[in-house]
Write a protein that binds this ligand. Sequence first.
Ligand code: NAD
Length: 358
Amino acid sequence: MPHVVLLGGDGIGPEIIAQAERVLDQVNTAFSLGLTTERCLIGGAAIDAHGSPLPDSTLAAASNADAVLLGAVGGPQWDALPMSERPEKGLLQIRSGLNLFANLRPALLYPELASASTLKPEVVSGLDLLIVRELIGGIYFGEPRGIEGAPGQRVGFNTDRYTEAEIERIGRIAFEAAMTRSRRLCSVDKANVLEVTVLWRDVMERLSADYPDVELSHMYVDNAAMQLVRAPKQFDVMVTGNLFGDILSDAAAMLTGSIGMLPSASMNSDHQGLYEPCHGSAPDIAGQDQANPLATILSVAMMLTHSLKAPKAAQAIESAVQTVLASGVRTADIASGSAGEQVVGCQAMGDAVVNALR
Ligand code: NAD
């Protein structure tokens, strides 16, 4: 039976996870998914209860689960702790503990929210792209690295390094994601300058033989950055290494203009994944029923697609969110003040999505 671990975390985390859990329960029943769930502690809540931001029991439960759904961690009450003991450490530990090498970040802009973007509505309206970023390799981890030499003559250096196996495993995640969407994959590299990305391109080409239904293209990263802000709707799935992915995924996310709407996934080679909103624990609005739960609810949809192989349930959630937005229901962060909008709290937004699913 598929099993999901729910980690509320801190600040608005438990509030948004509560609404996401209601949505998950609804599709679990409607689509007879047979899912079981379990709540565990992470972050500041785990520090307070067990003295550790990632208790062994939480890591063990997460390791045995098919997927993990996380709210957010952190808050001012833990900011005085040493870096190695802070809530955010729990997040880094669970990512490395589960070997989550693939980061999936969609940039999805519902037409109703087009005015929230800094780009012209016609450029971004209906935008729906997915960036697949390699998360635990490349220049952020390559050796040798360091700063050496005498003052005034120091040299700083890093190593951009990928093995064929590392490229292949992220490539397969991207091709498989493309198979669930419109079957177009753009691999981003700098193969005109960097050998590491010549290898990257070679491996992507080789893999494409295994996915004949996916149309593979290649783009240099400088052009990709330009195209993302010029005509982002030309892309469906993009795949790239750690450094380029870090930069491009933030740029793509901000095309949508609203942090409360953005889900994400980090996955390992068993399709086990950690799903979470891109935003933090928002201590400024915690406990006030003001948080937008939609990024977390959309993270549930990603979890159903990528880890639980229930794409119909995922599509039902995405359609329900669209229906709710089309009806004018808004949390404060996505309200534009125009006529026809009804501004609601976190719980009422959860109610609206659950009702739209019925
Ligand atoms: P934040 O994302 O928590 O908040 C930034 C702003 O966006 C705030 O004004 C907040 O009210 C608003 N906001 C965020 N999510 C929202 C939502 N769902 N609905 C409505 N408004 C929302 O970033 P921050 O203020 O820099 O960090 C706060 C805490 O969160 C810190 O302790 C930080 O370390 C932690 N953090 C955790 C994660 C994570 O758990 N993945 C990520 C980023 C930051």
